[in-house]
Design a protein around this ligand. Sequence first.
Ligand SMILES: Nc1ncnc2c1ncn2[C@@H]1O[C@H](COP(=O)(O)OP(=O)(O)O)[C@@H](O)[C@H]1O
Ligand SMILES: [Mg+2]
Length: 350
Amino acid sequence: MATVSLATVSRRFAAGSAAVDAVDLDVRHGEFLAVLGPSGSGKTTLLRLVAGFERPDAGRITIGDRIVADGPLFVPPEARRIGMVFQSYALWPHMDVRRNVGYPLAVQGITGAAYADRVAKALNAVGLTGYETRRPAELSGGQRQRVALARCLVMEPAVVLLDEPLANLDVHLRALLQAEFTAFHRATGATMIYVTHDQTEALGLADRVAVMDQGRIVQLASPEELYRAPLTPMVARFVGRGAVIPAIVHTVHNGRADVEVLGRRAQLRVAPDQATGAALVCLRPEDLAVGTNGPVARVARKAFQGSHVAIEARLDGAVLPMHLGPDQAAALGDTVGIDIRDGWVIPARD
Ligand SMILES: Nc1ncnc2c1ncn2[C@@H]1O[C@H](COP(=O)(O)OP(=O)(O)O)[C@@H](O)[C@H]1O
Ligand SMILES: [Mg+2]
């Protein structure tokens, strides 16, 4: 398995702005990296550049210790040792599991003992030994996904790229398959780049998450850090659906700031080099509680979620996500006082 590096890589299509815009990215050996971003942010183009289906207009791509794209130098996809899994598994319905998995080998003219060994190894890695003679129609959704993974593994890829592999599935199957991806990553130690627009998937699966917006990586961090300390308003909103509220930072001391927000003073978390003055802050449900002294907001939406009731509290144009416990009744249109217990001063603007 290998590292993947992009150094100021750009890809611009004829009509529009750059789909991938001067991206720097270092994926570690054996890492599970998620690329998270809204539709059109450049995720697929980024994967296709790594795979070699797109040629960069500028920059350098390195896989392991080999440069695969840099100016006139360009290594074609079939020579990059990349495995790719797409949204649709694209299995051959008329072929059994063994032939589906062995298909890339057959295309390369690999036969006999080498073929049998590699197919057996790939099936073993995804826990499908014993299913060799089944057809795709005789498998569950999860097993089909594993056949697709085995077919990608049979080529002994240096890196596995996955482009929204769960996007078309129902919630239940997605949860099951997320567990399969984690198991697959553990069993193979593969370096994986997993593209998704679903923040739950990215945060739940990956070692680190790169958030993309308009062709750029706006933040690359662990799931915990992305959630707790988003660098920009876009990341704050997109990851964990934080409320982004204008504020004034008065003083900064020991990682806390004295901030004026929603017409009152609050102590929020900040980056050590945060300047004073106008800023935006990120408030999440766990930062807010129903209080008696705080600013008064109106309950605009309400949804029962089992362990809590999620509400949207509106105040001066701000929409605040809050969670109420089972003993806290609030009806639509009620007013509630809001206690600001914590929050994060966002360091940058979009
Ligand atoms: N082959 C192409 N020709 C022209 N424009 C493209 C092509 N592929 C992607 N784009 C444009 O590049 C941008 C990024 O697309 P894409 O990488 O598919 O984003 P994502 O996978 O995040 O949805 C979009 O604006 C898209 O329309
Ligand atoms: Mg895409």
